[in-house]
Design a protein around this ligand. Structure first.
Ligand SMILES: NC(=O)c1ccc[n+]([C@@H]2O[C@H](COP(=O)([O-])OP(=O)(O)OC[C@H]3O[C@@H](n4cnc5c(N)ncnc54)[C@H](O)[C@@H]3O)[C@@H](O)[C@H]2O)c1
Length: 388
């Protein structure tokens, strides 16, 4: 690793410390190990409501200190960045307060519960001139970045189709409890905002803006256990009392992109056997590209001008030095994983701060994504095409 003597430091304060808290903590810790960032992240403090829990998390994940109220984190002069890894209904209040205190912000997706909230957040970061990002981390898989490069070079020509599935199965058991992800007032929507939002971001990144959508949504299991429960994607509960599920379990939608391409999407948490099957296929006039998160280093690529008789999808392992980000890691074929997508995202964020430009995806992308989520919900309700 090259030691950069001019390296400045930036002090991070993170709110929340479970699933995404672990992914983001790891990213701050490993970024300077693999890359040579212009600014070095310092894990200054985390905030959580339970003192024993937040203290233990701070010790384990390498944070210097902790607070039991996120407001205190924002008041601190020794914090430059607020990183929000709490459930969706908290993003707006925390982000707006952080922007008003002049802190740079990374927040998890979806940006907010509603378009209105998302716009308020975008206004706040613009007014206070802070750097902002939203964690659509899948953009930062090297194979996805390489797809973007091939598309920008015109290697597929005009794009006809973008086809995406994001399939999980962690809530199929009816005894899986009513966690925050299944309550509209906390999460905004279900499979749609939780995983469909990632496919929408990949589509916007790779193909372009959505023009109109038509959708259907379903909630297969309408009531689930409430009360004391363990958290996360493996939550359990012994309770018999049931409460209402107020979000979608699955959504399917079509879109017409502004450039004329057609999009076909499905997001479900009831696709048994699919643990985190986030995949897309793009078909263009000169070829096709396929990607699947569960084999995230690989890309399947087909070109129409390949030699007749040898035509077909070729498998590329995107770990050569010339593939985006991979030079920082291992020799070709020595693969990387899920956690590295967050390292790359944080790397872009800190570059943006160091060089005074606005990295992407940012709150503007978050607003556009939220507008698409809202149009999909409206379409499913009215059974009509809806303009985005
Ligand atoms: N980028 C991705 O791939 C990805 C994956 C999973 C989750 N997410 C997003 O990350 C966010 C967090 O999800 P998660 O899976 O880490 O959730 P989680 O339930 O594992 O963790 C949530 C954390 O927030 C804390 N918290 C809850 N309410 C709070 C409040 N009012 N004040 C302070 N802390 C509070 C909890 O104690 C916990 O530490 C969500 O917005 C989710 O949509 C993104």
């Amino acid at each position: 690793m090259v030691v950069n003597v001019n390296q400045k430091e930036i002090r991070i304060g993170m709110v929340g410390y479970q699933f995404m808290g672990k992914a983001h903590s790891h990213a701050y810790r490993d970024l300077p190990f693999y890359f040579d960032p212009k600014i070095k992240p310092i894990q200054k403090a985390i905030a959580g409501r339970n003192e024993a829990g937040v203290k233990e998390a701070a010790d384990k994940m390498g944070w210097e200190s902790y607070e039991t109220d996120w407001r205190r984190l924002i008041e601190r002069d020794d914090i430059d960045v607020i990183d929000i890894v709490t459930p969706n209904h908290t993003h707006a209040e925390i982000a707006i307060a952080a922007a008003e205190a002049g802190k740079h912000i990374i927040t998890e997706k979806p940006l907010a519960l509603t378009v209105e909230e998302a716009e308020q957040m975008y206004d706040a970061v613009q007014k206070n001139n802070v750097t902002h990002m939203i964690c659509h981390n899948y953009r930062f898989a090297p194979a996805v970045q390489f797809t973007k490069k091939l598309l920008d070079e015109g290697r597929l020509g005009k794009i006809y189709h973008f086809r995406a599935n994001y399939l999980q199965d962690f809530i199929m058991d009816p005894s899986f409890p009513l966690v925050w992800r299944l309550k509209k007032e906390v999460s905004g929507s279900g499979a749609l905002g939780d995983i469909g939002a990632h496919s929408i971001d990949l589509a916007r990144f790779l193909v372009g803006e959505f023009k109109e959508v038509v959708a259907m949504m379903e909630t297969f299991i309408k009531e689930r256990p409430v009360g004391e429960m363990s958290g996360g994607l493996n939550a359990t509960s012994d309770n018999r009392t049931l409460g209402e599920v107020t979000v979608d379990d699955a959504v399917a939608f079509l879109t017409r992109f502004e450039n004329g391409a057609l999009g076909t999407f499905e997001a479900s948490r009831f696709a048994g056997g699919n643990r985190n099957k986030n995949k897309f296929e793009i078909n263009g006039e000169k070829g096709s590209i396929r990607w699947d998160m569960e084999n995230m280093n690989n890309l399947e690529v087909y070109f129409t001008d390949d030699e007749p008789g040898l035509q077909g999808f070729r498998l590329i392992n995107c770990t050569e030095e010339l593939h985006p980000y991979t030079e920082a890691y291992w020799p070709a074929g020595h693969i990387i994983g899920y956690e590295h997508t967050f390292i790359h995202l944080v790397h872009e964020f800190l570059n943006g701060i160091a060089e005074n430009y606005q990295p992407a995806p940012n709150f503007e992308d978050g607003v556009k994504n939220q507008q698409i989520l809202a149009a999909i919900e409206e379409s499913a309700e009215t059974k009509q095409w809806v303009n985005v």
